[in-house]
Every structure is written in C-alpha cells, then in structure tokens.
Design a protein around this ligand. Structure first.
Ligand SMILES: Nc1ncnc2c1ncn2[C@@H]1O[C@H](COP(=O)(O)OP(=O)(O)OP(=O)(O)O)[C@@H](O)[C@H]1O
Length: 271
C-alpha cells in the first residue's frame, strides 16, 4: 500500500500487459427455447475495464455466470488467460473440462454479486482470509496482513472484528469486494453490485470501485445500471440486446454518440 492508503500495483493484476484475458468464441446459451446468448464473440484485454449495458433480460448476467462456471454454454468456447474454461486439451484433442481444470482456471476470476453472500457466522477478517488460506494455501499471517490492507482500501479498518449482521449493506458489499480481491484474481466480475443497496449507500460502494479501477490495473468486467459509473471507469462499453452485442466502443462514443437506435432508446430510458 502507498502512504495515502491507495492500493498499489502490488494489489493488482500481475499480468495486466494488454494481452487477451477473456475470449468468447461463438458462445450460445439457451434456456429451453429461449436463446439467451446467440453465437457471442468478444474479447477483453488484461487491465481493461469493460462494462456490459443493455435492457433487462438481454444476457449480461449470463456472461458473468458462464465465466464463474455457474452455467455451461450450449455451444462455443470460453478462454481465460489462454486456458479454455469449458474444455481442456488432452492428447492434442479438446474435451469437456474436468472439475480440477475448471477449479484452476476459476482461481483467476473473482466475483462480487448483487447480494453480498458473506459467511454470516464468520467475522469480517475471516470472511476475507477463509478462501486464501483454504483454497490458495496461503499462511494465515500472510492472508491476514493482506486482508488488513484490503480493509484499509475499502475503508473498513475499524470494522475488522464485526460480523456481517453488524454492518450496513454498503459495508457488507465493501467486505465482499475485499474478499474477492484477496484471492488475487486476474479479473474481477461485478454483477449489479449496488442494486440491492439503499440509495444512500450506493455512492460509497461505487467510490471504492472507482478507486480500484483508477489505481490498480486489475481487469474488470462489470454489469451495471449506473451509467455515470460506467462512464467513469470503462475503457470499453458493450451494449447488449437480445443476446447480442449490438454496439461497442469507448464510453464517450456510446454515451455521447450512440449509433444504434436501440442504444439511444435504452440510454434515454435509464437516464
Ligand atoms: N436459470 C435460468 N433459467 C431460465 N431462464 C433463465 C435463467 N437465467 C436467466 N434466464 C433468462 O435468460 C435471459 C437473460 O438473463 P440475464 O440475467 O442474463 O439478463 P440481464 O441482461 O443480466 O438482465 P438484468 O439486467 O435484468 O439482470 C432472461 O430472459 C432470463 O429470464
């Protein structure tokens, strides 16, 4: 950490060299006859902050759930840092990924959900250290040191000994952000992380995320309905409609000069 308590590059993605970090190739996802993603192709370079916007039901959360392996694609492949998430190579052939392979690739990904999903029976510190100690095998002291740094970064140092039920929703979400970063993921997935919060708590969480976006080089893939936040943090914005990316580009282009009629309609409805 630097003297002014800003996260340093040490807390960020060690491999943010602009190389391709996420790749969707021809990914289709259906629920029954509902085609939620239709031959989706897109890539995210390491260190970039990419925001997914678009109407409800257009498939944004499905992208994040596929990356978390909470869902499997019906067609196509997904790669994370050069490794197939959905498949693995055996004897030169591509076969469906086994559990061990998926677990390894998943370590590169951290996610913060709408509902904070903290462990209610564990204090703040243990919520953050549990996975680094038990999944990564980090020594407890090292995990706790890192947890303290992250708590400082999200402004919760004085709440280190509390339980989730003793914190506001905004504070719980900031613990969830620290917990995701404690695993040192290469990419942070953010799924409408302020949607479940009371309005007065939203700004504090978005400020923490702005800070992380601006002072670390972690890759972010973010689904949000907060357009000002998207404008502030994004390198690229992808506009979804009916399971396809219909328009993409810099926040300046998408928010100031959208080309697609659906993008214009969507933006005027949410502003
Ligand atoms: N487990 C599921 N079973 C059946 N249908 C699902 C399931 N999960 C998502 N869907 C459907 O997939 C479509 C896309 O959902 P998704 O959550 O990806 O949309 P979204 O763009 O993130 O929407 P929102 O902004 O409202 O969160 C919707 O029609 C939804 O009803």
């Amino acid at each position: 950490m630097s003297a002014d308590n800003k996260p340093t590059k040490e807390t960020a993605n060690p491999a943010a060299d602009g190389s391709e970090l996420i790749r969707f190739d021809g990914v289709t996802k259906r629920f029954g006859s509902n085609v939620v993603l239709d031959h989706m192709d897109f890539t995210v370079s390491s260190g970039k902050h990419v925001t997914l916007i678009g109407p409800s039901g257009s498939g944004k959360t499905t992208i994040l759930r596929l990356l978390m392996t909470l869902l499997k694609p019906d067609e196509g492949t997904i790669k994370v840092a050069g490794d197939y998430l959905t498949h693995e190579e055996r004897n030169g052939k591509l076969v469906p990924a086994g559990e061990k392979h998926v677990r390894e690739v998943r370590k590169k990904i951290g996610m913060v959900f709408q509902q904070f999903n903290l462990f209610p029976n564990m204090g703040v510190l243990r919520n953050i250290t549990e996975a680094p100690v038990h999944v990564l095998g980090l020594p407890k002291e090292e995990a706790e040191q890192r947890a303290r740094e992250l708590l400082e970064m999200v402004g919760l140092t004085e709440h280190i000994d509390k339980y989730p039920s003793q914190l506001s929703g905004g504070q719980q979400q900031r613990v969830a952000i620290a917990r995701a970063l404690a695993m040192r993921p290469q990419v942070l997935l953010l799924d409408e992380v302020t949607s479940a919060l009371d309005p007065e708590l939203v700004a504090g969480v978005l400020d923490v995320l702005r800070d992380i976006a601006h002072t670390t080089d972690i890759t972010m893939l973010c689904v949000t309905h907060e357009m000002n936040f998207a404008r502030d943090i994004s390198d690229d914005v992808l506009m979804f409609d009916s399971g396809r990316v219909i328009e993409s580009g810099s926040p300046e282009k998408i928010f100031s000069e959208p080309e697609h009629e659906r993008t214009r309609e969507f933006l005027s409805a949410v502003r």
